[in-house]
Write a protein that binds this ligand. Structure first.
Ligand SMILES: Cc1cc2nc3c(=O)[nH]c(=O)nc-3n(C[C@H](O)[C@H](O)[C@H](O)COP(=O)(O)OP(=O)(O)OC[C@H]3O[C@@H](n4cnc5c(N)ncnc54)[C@H](O)[C@@H]3O)c2cc1C
Length: 306
């Protein structure tokens, strides 16, 4: 069985940068991932990655991948099923293609996936009017009236993006808007966005495709029906952590708890990016955390081999 100095789980910005930093420390590196690029592949235009004033998610992912592939990193296209550490400090990784490999250290950078609301009609109309990615699916709703659910950065950004191509956008905010000030300012400048404060999404209706949603006012519990052609659910993410050993410390949301260097509570196990409890889920932060985790893994291996 192949044994690497570092096994990295995940091929988003955190994993790719971890691989770059680890291989440049002359470590043997395997990067296992179900895709290369992670959530960047869901992103249309990125305007906040330093050095690239405007670049598509695909292009940035391609550039990062090419940079990593210039070095001898073993890239493995597979999903990780289980991760275990044995009594000798070796990490055993089993893959969904039946293969196994080992690492003297491991960096988890498996990111997150979109959270669902579990309301009537949501599952039934996913792909037929219910979407979790405004950037990916927005163009299908050109000229229509749509709703966005959520009050965070991604919901507000989605509402702004959609308002540029849709006739009207409702933004349903359950409690309060938690987005950057400059983004909220831009939102309020859009005259085709109606913000429904203290509203939740109750259900989704339609025939072949979605035709309307029922929303409820949290203050007086009154409900109303809105005719819409699409609803974008932007209410955060669930970390991809199903393969983690049970003794890894996570927060209530299942995010891996790390220190500033990416160390977890397990010696030799590091984590970086959106799968962790880092507050801000952004590409440059994930990439930076990936670098920090790789450097911490390098230091761990030096001490471990003394
Ligand atoms: C619609 C959208 C727009 C965004 N826009 C921006 C933006 O403009 N600017 C910005 O800075 N950030 C943006 N973000 C956030 C940014 O994309 C993320 O913060 C960043 O991609 C996190 O990187 P990561 O490497 O931690 O995780 P991810 O990008 O989620 O990558 C995780 C990787 O792990 C892999 N993986 C998961 N589970 C397994 C497993 N079991 N086995 C093997 N591999 C696995 C996945 O396939 C993926 O390759 C946006 C996000 C979304 C969804």
């Amino acid at each position: 069985m192949d044994t690497y100095d570092v096994v990295i789980i995940g091929g988003g910005p955190a994993g790719l940068n971890a691989a770059l930093y680890a291989v440049r420390k002359e470590l043997s590196v395997a990067l296992i991932s179900t895709d290369i690029g992670g959530q960047m592949l869901l992103t249309g235009e990125i305007e906040n990655y330093l050095g690239f004033p405007s670049i598509s998610g695909f292009e940035l992912a391609d550039k990062m991948e090419a940079h990593v592939r210039a070095y001898p990193v073993k890239m493995i296209a597979a999903g990780v099923k289980t991760l275990e550490k044995d009594g000798n400090g070796v990490f055993h990784v089993s893959l969904d293609d039946g293969n196994h490999l080992q690492g003297k250290s491991c960096i988890v950078t498996a990111g997150k996936k979109s959270r669902t609301l579990d309301i009537p009609g949501e599952k039934e109309y996913t792909g037929r009017g219910v979407s979790y990615c405004a950037t990916c699916d927005g163009p299908f709703y050109r000229g229509k009236t749509v709703a966005v659910v959520g009050g965070g950065d991604s919901a507000v950004q989605a509402a702004i993006e959609l308002s540029m191509i849709c006739e009207k956008v409702y933004l349903l905010v359950r409690s309060r808007i938690r987005a950057a000030e400059i983004v909220v300012k831009r939102l309020k400048e859009r005259d085709n966005v109606e913000i429904l404060m203290k509203y939740i999404l109750v259900s989704v209706q339609g025939d072949k495709k979605i035709t309307s949603i029922i929303v409820r006012n949290q203050n007086d519990q009154s409900e109303k029906e809105l005719s819409i052609g699409g609803v974008f659910i932007e209410v955060g993410g669930i970390p991809n952590n199903s393969y983690l050993p049970g003794d890894v410390h996570t927060n209530d949301g299942g995010e891996i708890i790390t220190d500033k260097e990416g160390k977890t509570n397990i010696a030799g196990l590091f984590a970086a990016g959106d799968v962790t409890d880092c507050k801000n889920k952004q590409i440059i932060i994930a990439a930076g955390e990936g670098a920090a985790a790789a450097l911490a893994a390098h230091e761990y291996l030096l001490r471990h081999e003394e």
